[in-house]
Ligand binder design. Structure first.
Ligand SMILES: [Zn+2]
Length: 137
């Protein structure tokens, strides 16, 4: 398993977008607003660190599972998260993640609203095609 860190910081928004499904998209290097993803209040510069692993179906043959643990990746990300929110308020869920970008759902509405809408170009690049949908990633 290889760790793939994303370099996410808090600052003037860069490389982070909302889509029309109430989700947000971040590129590998992004700056997120100083808005808590849990409650939508000010994050005061606090960040919540979270690891994501692409989901795998445990019904896969053992050989694939073994391969996954050898060559698989674990993504490390940080999100603006205020100190008043408890970790249970962190409801961000990964929709899709790879070495270039990640799509998440479950962030506070105010956080989503503080992001610029995604461009049609980037939206096309990050949307799932039928094969990816079938494979989950
Ligand atoms: Zn909060």
């Amino acid at each position: 398993m290889r760790n793939v860190p994303y370099s996410i910081k808090i600052g003037p928004v860069e490389n982070a977008y909302s889509n029309n499904l109430g989700q947000f998209v971040v590129l590998r290097s992004a700056a997120l607003p100083n808005v808590c993803v849990g409650c939508g209040g000010p994050a005061w510069g606090n960040m919540f660190y979270k690891e994501f692993e692409p989901l795998i179906k445990t019904s896969l043959p053992v050989i694939f599972l073994a391969l996954y643990f050898i060559v698989g990746r674990r993504y490390l990300l940080a999100f603006p998260f205020c100190s008043t929110c408890s970790p249970e308020n962190f409801r961000v869920r990964v929709i899709r993640i790879n070495g270039d970008f990640a799509i998440f759902s479950g962030a506070a509405g105010k956080f989503i609203q503080s992001l610029p809408p995604i461009s049609p170009d980037l939206s096309a690049q990050t949307s799932l095609n039928w094969l990816q949908r079938a494979l989950k990633y």
